[in-house]
Design a protein around this ligand. Structure first.
Ligand code: ADP
Ligand code: MG
Length: 579
């Protein structure tokens, strides 16, 4: 292996003089004092190599020795990752005292001693390709697959496979004979370089399957799909975390992966304490059983922060290869972009807008592009749905991270300070937010088959009404209540009905917090009926206000009542009587 000597240190950027070949992105370890510091190659110029050290370089001396590993930043994938808290380099955070590792301390990500109940899927003589399902184990009630090596070329024949029984992750469970006649032993662990997309599937069609989240402003108004992408920009305190918790809890996903990158340390600690408390409303079990948290805070070194979203995405792709539905959330991707900026500035690259790297757009696009709904080689399907928050400084949606994300993410849920101040939760702006999936013919086809063909046109009409309501609110603001015709007030209050009854939803009320799709359909129909009625007769604007306030109240009572309970029908009847 190539060796090197430190020739310069600028903060976490270290220059090395090397004696052999080095690859871009390669991992090396620099020895200083008693510590071994992990670093990643970011630039190679002749025998000068620039590396980014993943931790503090305090005390690092010129002349210190480095050893290269021949591989890029990679993680281990296998049973035993669920309900773990990792950092961006896959160190197990539960194995340490306190939240953070000492310098030079790395931990094993997987438990090598634990026994797993393994059951074979293939038999000797079967022909398999990379990522083929060889057997299964169950972890926290999730059915996991043990797969043929991801990087195997061509096909191989199963020479032997162990019978059902208990095995450890490093036990050989199968021997495969490759096309070149070489035998390879397969255990339950795979390694994968995190910055490379896993492409071990047959096809990645445009996603089309509605992913139910139980959050009305999403499912009804701006739906996300299985394998889709979305982003949630919002200033501090506008409800990003509450919304992410609601989605993680309720969305139809087998596995939830949360990349908590670079927010303040106490916010990350908050995740560690709050997330384990969340209960899955579908099963009544702890959500954490099928969750992995990847955490970094802004006081961690920049390269570790940069790595965390890739680590999380690689884990998501791993579970997708097993035919599972994965929900991946990153909070916030702005911190990741800031890590990219710090690195590029230290390398004295020519900066792009706001000093972010020139290729920020490509980096963001590549990352979002790894999400998706896929047909695996064996005909099964799997998905990675990705939702990232963005915390734009000062709520400025014109900054580079937001703009570049907007180009690639298909759903946009803009959390707005003004709505949060008015306690209109979730504070997703109904006019600026969108879901591009509403325009996909594949999606329309799916909705036709699973809900009905009126659903999307109805939503589009209500969206128009929101826009119209906003315009009228501005006119009333300028001209005064008496300055506009009564009809204008009616139009405005119709948009308020949509807002209060469909869009606003109390995340802390047991019933209102989750609205199943069937119930959303009923609310949509009711609100549409209220809005479509065009023979309202009112003498004055104050009558309009009285009428609609009463209506909103009744509908909200409905939302708070157990679905199809006596109380629910009682309120519904009162609403219908007013029509
Ligand atoms: P952020 O993560 O953007 O800083 P939070 O998610 O912590 O903001 O939300 C801040 C506060 O807003 C919450 O503590 C809660 O009181 C309120 N809130 C946000 N969303 C909702 C909601 N859907 N229902 C009720 N309250 C909400
Ligand atoms: Mg938050």
């Amino acid at each position: 292996m190539t060796k090197g000597k430190v020739s310069g240190v600028v903060s976490n950027m270290v220059t090395l003089c090397v004696d052999g070949p080095v690859m871009q992105g390669e991992i090396c370890y620099i020895t200083t004092g008693g510590d071994r510091l992990m670093a990643e190659v970011i630039k190679v110029v002749g025998s000068d190599v620039y590396v980014q050290v993943f931790e503090s370089t305090r005390g690092l001396k010129v002349g210190s020795e480095a050893e290269f590993t021949g591989h890029q930043l990679e993680i281990q994938l296998g049973p035993g990752m669920l309900s773990k808290n990792y950092d961006g380099l896959q160190n197990d955070l539960d194995k340490m005292d306190g939240v953070f590792l000492r310098r030079g301390q790395y931990t094993e990500p997987l438990d090598a001693e634990r026994l797993w109940d393994f059951e074979p899927i293939v038999k000797a003589g079967d022909r398999v390709e990379n990522s083929a399902w060889l057997g299964k184990v169950v972890e926290n009630f999730q059915p996991l697959k043990i797969m043929a090596p991801f990087n195997m070329e061509g096909t191989a024949v199963v020479k032997s496979i162990v019978p059902a029984g208990q095995y450890r992750i490093h036990d050989t469970i199968a021997v495969l004979t490759t096309e070149s006649g070489e035998d390879i032993s397969v255990d339950m662990v795979q390694r994968w370089p995190v910055k490379f997309a896993m492409t071990n599937y047959k096809e990645k069609p445009r996603p089309f399957k509605l992913l139910e989240t139980g959050v009305r402003t999403i499912d009804t108004f701006n739906p996300i799909v299985e394998g889709g992408t979305g982003f949630i920009p919002g200033p501090f305190g506008t409800g990003k975390t509450v919304l992410q918790h609601a989605i993680s809890k309720q969305a139809e996903a087998d596995i939830v992966i949360l990349a908590a990158c670079g927010e303040r340390a106490n916010e990350v600690v908050e995740i560690f304490t709050e997330f384990p408390e969340l209960v899955d409303p579908h099963t009544g079990r702890k959500l954490m059983e099928r969750t992995i948290i990847i955490a970094n805070t802004s006081n961690m070194p920049v390269a570790a922060r940069e790595a965390s979203v890739y680590t999380a995405m690689t884990m998501a792709e791993y579970y997708r290869s097993m035919g599972l539905r994965v929900l991946l959330m990153a909070d916030s991707t702005s911190r990741w972009a800031q890590a990219l900026r710090e690195m590029s500035n230290r390398m004295e690259e020519l900066p792009g807008p706001d000093a972010f790297p020139m290729d920020l757009g490509a980096l963001v696009a590549n990352f979002y592009g790894r999400a998706g709904y896929v047909y695996l080689n064996n005909g099964e399907v799997g998905s990675v749905t990705f939702l990232g928050t963005v915390s734009p400084a000062g709520g400025n949606l014109k900054e580079p991270v937001t703009e570049n994300t907007k180009k690639v993410a298909r759903c946009f849920y803009a959390l707005e300070q003004d709505r949060a101040d008015k306690k209109r939760y979730p504070a997703v702006n109904p006019i600026d937010s969108y879901s591009k999936y509403l325009e996909y013919p594949e999606f329309a086809e799916y909705i036709k088959g699973h809900i009905n063909d009126e659903w999307i046109p109805k939503i589009l009409r209500l969206k128009n009404r929101m826009q119209r309501g906003k315009e009228i609110a501005e006119q009333i603001n300028i001209l005064g209540d008496d300055g506009v015709p009564v009809e204008y007030h009616i139009t405005f209050w119709k948009s308020e009905i949509i807002d209060f009854v469909i869009l606003q939803q109390d995340a802390f009320d047991e019933v209102d917090a989750v609205t199943p799709l069937e119930r959303q359909e009923e609310i949509l129909n009711l609100v549409t009926a209220i809005c479509d009625k065009d023979d309202y007769k009112f003498d004055s604007f104050s009558d309009v206000i009285d009428y609609f306030k009463k209506m909103i109240n009744l509908c909200k009572q409905m939302n708070y009542s157990e679905y199809k309970s006596e109380q629910y029908y009682d309120f519904k009847k009162q609403v219908e009587a007013m029509l």
